[in-house]
Write a protein that binds this ligand. Structure first.
Ligand code: HEM
Length: 410
């Protein structure tokens, strides 16, 4: 190699072979972050960290778990919980992390919506984020089936049944997914494969896409100020660190992220040691019994809002299924339904601000009623809240256009 030069140290040796210097600049020392962002912008890093916790604790559980309908329940409730040293700790860490990750995902999504971080070049960040949401949901659902408790079994029965509502191919599809006419051993084995292999791999790849899609548009900021990153970077590199409106990710911003992750860890381990049961339904401590349907079947708290949309149209299961399908994909369309061409925080967009809070209130109502039996007034409240959810998205293009026009397009 004509251009080969003797390396001066390990760093240079690696750089000559793998361009590690360029990579460090691109990802770390010259990856520019706006100065004026608060702790809400650390939620992405908290998510990345929680995903690592899930993978590591999951690997430990995998050493003792048995994906067989005759062994699964005991392998979790006796072997892991009672016989393996610290098995209980790994199970609680995994269970709490699976629940808390959704809390953080919802906060991260709401921050994105509030500040319009899905607009003007940031569409791919949003779309890859939504892909993460859907894959995480599938990961949580498949994991919930593994302990083979009563709720694992019946939730799988209800959710796989939903595919039966798809015209023409529905009934065949349900059998194909279950690998049997009913949820059975074949279903458990394939959900196990999805949970420990295919979905985690997909999540890792989508996280890379999500991070990569941040590279060119950069993250938004609290004032939604459109920054000239090249100009600001030039200032920073010339030594005007105070005047520049940006800082490099490494080491300055990373320190802020690490601080938020550390505070999150205190909250996380508090839950693990003192409230681990909040992530475990008592019904799931009974082994799956296909002959005994539980009085109420409901999913984990993070799926309750969409489950309630499914049940909301109690007079027509087809309508319910259609509404459920729409509710699950509608968030993908945020960048295209929001017709305000400017990027502004919600408190500077009067109608959107009301829309945002109505959405949160409505999703809380759906979550609360999703856990209650759908009878009497509950059924009607569920119906109204489901209709409100769908109507909010029909109104979104209209109200964002009004806000935009009223602000004179600025
Ligand atoms: C495990 C899943 C996820 C991880 C690890 C992750 C990670 C990150 C990171 C590190 C950032 C940059 C810093 C920040 O703003 O927090 C970010 C930004 C962003 N993410 Fe995620 N994210 C995930 C899921 C999602 C989801 C479900 C959505 C919503 C659909 C989403 C939408 C966004 C948006 C819009 C931004 C840009 C924020 C801005 O510019 O202000 N992400 N994400």
């Amino acid at each position: 190699m004509a251009h080969f030069k003797e390396a001066n140290g390990v760093g240079e040796w690696l750089d000559q072979r793998l361009a590690t210097g360029t990579l460090t600049k691109v990802l770390m020392t010259e990856y520019w972050i706006p100065k004026n962002i608060n702790f809400l912008w650390a939620m992405g890093m908290v998510l990345a960290f929680t995903f690592k916790i899930l993978v590591i604790s999951g690997i430990f559980l995998l050493m003792y778990y048995k994906p067989d309908v005759n062994l699964a329940f005991d392998s979790v409730n006796y072997t892991i919980m009672q016989e393996v040293e610290y098995g209980w700790l790994f199970r609680h860490v995994h269970g709490v992390a699976a629940s808390v990750v959704f809390l953080v995902i919802y906060i991260h999504m709401l921050v994105g919506i509030y500040y319009g971080s899905y607009k003007r070049g940031r569409e791919m960040i949003w779309i890859s984020g939504m892909l993460l949401f859907v894959t995480f949901s599938a990961e949580a659902f498949s994991g919930y089936m593994l302990p083979w408790g009563q709720m694992s079994y019946w939730a799988a029965q209800v959710i796989t049944n939903l595919f039966g509502g798809i015209p023409l191919i529905g009934s065949e599809l349900v059998i194909w997914i279950r690998g049997n006419f009913v949820v059975a051993d074949a279903t458990l084995t394939r959900f196990f494969m999805l949970h420990v292999l295919l979905l985690p791999l997909a999540i890792m790849m989508i996280i890379v896409l999500h991070f990569y899609s941040l590279r060119i548009p950069h993250v938004n900021n609290q004032e939604c100020e459109e920054l000239d990153f090249d100009k600001e970077a030039e200032k920073y590199k010339k030594g005007d660190k105070k005047g520049a409106k940006i800082i490099p990710f490494w080491p300055v911003f990373m320190a802020k992220d690490v601080f938020v992750v550390a505070v999150f860890m205190i909250f996380f381990f508090y839950l693990v040691f003192y409230h681990y049961n909040f992530a475990m339904d008592p019904v799931n401590f009974d082994q799956a019994n296909p002959m005994k349907t539980p009085a109420h079947i409901y999913p984990e708290w993070y799926f309750l809002w969409s489950y309630e949309v499914l049940r909301g149209f109690f007079f027509s299961s087809d309508l319910g299924l259609a509404a459920f399908g729409v509710a699950n994909i509608i968030f993908f369309l945020m960048p295209f339904l929001d017709k305000d061409k400017t990027v502004k925080p919600a408190h500077k967009r009067p109608m959107f601000f009301i829309w945002f809070w109505l959405l949160i209130i409505d999703m809380i109502v759906l979550t609360v009623y999703g856990k209650l039996p759908p009878t009497g007034p509950n059924a009607w409240i569920g119906f109204v809240a489901s209709v409100v959810f769908l109507v909010l998205f029909v109104l979104l293009p209209i109200i964002t256009k009004i806000d935009f026009n009223k602000a004179g397009g600025k």
